[in-house]
Write a protein that binds this ligand. Structure first.
Ligand code: AG3
Length: 286
């Protein structure tokens, strides 16, 4: 039998812990020039995308991540018209953003191979979103884009790998400051910041960097089975605290008005996601 052992908490961090998938078929394996990409088929998770040995998304549980990274800020904000996605080449965030009427999305992905290969071999992730006229996809460095662009956004979603390899710059205060410059008043930035039980340093560094740039910086939670280790934290940053404090009733009305339905997101999950267990809040204070 052929197995995939994830490198993140073993090879990359020396914690001697790994998750292992039975590989029933390797669908695609390529060195992209930026990273090593594999897509393989598994019995329980469907097709799995891994970059440099780290699981990025799986067909079976991607909704736990993409819905929370997308709908929490969109419903909290209430009036998003222009969204910027940094990374996200698999198209999962893009697909969720474009489920909302009246939102245009710009996606800046450094690695065109991720987009092409995922469209071909994991088409349910983007679900045709790259063909939507409301989507502009650019191949390039997201950090350079937010440094140089004149465009302004209501929402920036940073859907990156962990800070090993090409995504390292997407975790710096300079990058967050450039993002803040591109946000309209009331704008929100969200970003993945790892699984804190196993990656406390990633959470601490995102907290320090976001907090040095935005007046309201905190985290909310999701659980993604294939991001092994329990809760994943998603960074939340804005210069306004009102969107984070939105009441349940108002959220429920906004959600009802869209007529959308979800597999992970709900107004109550949205509210409760901002409650952090003491061991996570403690990492932020340390
Ligand atoms: N980006 C986040 C991958 C995080 C992996 N980290 C971990 N398992 N602790 C995924 C891209 C999906 N669109």
């Amino acid at each position: 039998m052929n197995w995939f052992d994830e490198a993140l908490h073993d090879e990359w961090s020396g914690q001697g812990y790994t998750q292992r998938f039975e590989v029933t078929r390797t669908v695609c394996e390529v060195s992209t020039g930026h990273q090593k990409l594999v897509i393989f088929e598994t019995p329980r998770f469907g097709r799995v995308l891994a970059l440099d040995g780290v699981v990025q998304t799986t067909e079976a549980d991607e909704f736990c991540y993409h819905e929370m990274l997308t709908h929490v800020p969109i419903f909290a904000h209430g009036k998003v018209r222009d969204a910027l996605i940094v990374g996200g080449g698999d198209g999962g965030v893009l697909r969720e953003v474009l489920r909302h009427d009246g939102i245009g999305a710009t996606l800046v992905e450094i690695d065109d191979t991720v987009i092409n290969v995922c469209r071909e071999h994991m088409p349910s992730l983007s679900g045709g979103a790259f063909d939507d006229p409301r989507c502009t996809a650019r191949i390039g460095d997201g950090a350079a884009f937010v440094r140089d662009t004149d465009r302004r956004f209501d929402l920036i979603i940073v859907d990156s790998t962990d800070p090993i390899g090409p995504a390292e710059v997407l975790f710096t205060p300079e990058f967050y400051a450039d993002c803040r410059r591109c946000l309209r008043e009331n704008g929100i930035l969200v970003t993945q910041s790892g699984v804190p039980f196993l990656q406390p340093e990633e959470l601490r560094s995102v907290h320090r960097s976001l907090g040095s740039v935005f007046s309201d910086a905190t985290f909310y939670l999701t659980v993604v089975p294939s991001y092994v280790g329990g809760y994943m934290t998603l960074g939340w940053a804005s210069d306004r605290s009102e969107p984070r404090e939105i009441e349940l009733e108002e959220l429920a009305e906004r959600v009802a008005r869209t007529g959308l339905s979800f597999k992970y997101y709900s107004p109550s999950i949205h509210r409760s996601a901002f409650a952090l267990p003491p061991f996570i809040a403690g990492i932020l204070e340390a």
